[in-house]
Design a protein around this ligand. Structure first.
Ligand code: MG
Length: 317
């Protein structure tokens, strides 16, 4: 399933993409239960299939099963004629997880990127954090920070956690995954490098597009075989395969969970391949007006336009 968060009637709602439509999963569940004769269908639907992505992920396998039932139910309906389906073009897409509790990022996790940055291949995963202020959706404008000319992109496969866990073994690691999505770890290079901690170059507002949807793991049985590419204004800048991760997903989940409890909705950004702008000669940073496009096989396209900082502030007021 392709799960997302959408603004429907001024509310953030868990949605399931079905062709050119989005199913409001919770509303569709209520219709399904009502057709099955339940007298208090909406209340039961609220319990079985929450309308909020984080609540849905926390509800685990039982909610996922309801979501699958909803898809089968909707396939038998004329989606133009039901109030729980909306044309994709008529709703605003948000990031699939709009406010992750944690965004754990992995640095230096593809050989080509390690080489182009003149770094050593790490023997221990390099971790850093972004915060939920960076999250924005496919199609959202990304404000140029303005304080620097060194705005760079990083296409990454992101793992969304679906089950709480601490000290997770590699064998069990994928049991804790809800699914996968694309991430752009947008970075202000000079701010990243001017102190030993990278944080200040990694945490500018909206510098973390996530999406377009969370693809459930049953649709991606092998997350280590996906082509990952990035274009800037139509020019291919990054092209690799997730099979070449230095630390693969089970190792990352196992390693990170030695440190912290992983919770449903946490995001692990698995690192970027070679081809970042700072490593080009001359450097190829992003400017206002640029279109940056990440594409990951089986997941889809995550595209954003770089805009003036002031332009975004003006539209937000
Ligand atoms: Mg990165």
């Amino acid at each position: 399933m392709r799960l997302g968060t959408f603004e429907i009637g001024n509310e953030e709602r868990l949605g399931i993409e079905l062709g050119d439509y989005v199913l409001d999963a919770n509303r569709a569940c209520a219709h399904l239960l009502a057709e099955e004769g339940d007298g208090d269908a909406q209340r039961l639907a609220d319990a079985l299939l929450p309308s909020d992505m984080l609540a849905f992920l926390r509800a685990g396998e039982r909610a996922l099963e309801q979501a699958r039932r909803v898809v089968e139910f909707a396939r038998q309906k004329d989606l133009q004629a039901v109030d729980f389906a909306h044309p994709l073009a008529a709703v605003r897409r948000l990031a699939p997880v709009p406010r992750p509790g944690k965004i754990v990022c992995v640095g230096r996790n593809y050989h080509e990127h390690v080489n182009e940055m003149n770094n050593q291949v790490p023997t221990i995963p390099v971790l850093f954090a972004k915060f939920s202020n960076v999250i924005c959706a496919h199609g959202d404008p990304v404000p140029h920070p303005g304080v620097s000319e060194e705005l760079d992109y990083e296409a990454e496969l992101a793992v969304v956690i679906g089950k709480r866990g601490r000290r997770i073994g590699e064998q069990a690691a994928l049991d804790h995954v809800a699914g996968y999505t694309a991430f752009n770890d947008i970075t202000v290079r000079d701010w990243q490098r001017r102190t030993p901690q990278w944080l200040q170059g990694k945490t500018f507002d909206h510098c973390g597009p996530l999406g377009p949807v969370l693809v459930t793991k049953d649709e991606i049985p092998d997350p280590h075989s996906l082509s990952i590419r990035l274009w800037l204004n139509g020019e291919l800048r990054q092209s690799d395969n997730t099979g070449r991760l230095i630390f693969n997903i089970p190792r990352l989940i196992s390693f990170i969970s030695q440190i912290m409890t992983l919770e449903p909705g946490d995001v692990i950004a698995t690192g970027t391949p070679g081809g970042v702008g700072v490593a080009m000669n001359p450097p190829g940073f992003m400017k206002v007006g640029d279109i940056v496009r990440v594409e990951i096989e089986r997941i889809g396209v995550l595209e954003n336009k770089i805009v003036e900082s002031d332009a975004l502030a003006a539209t937000a007021q």
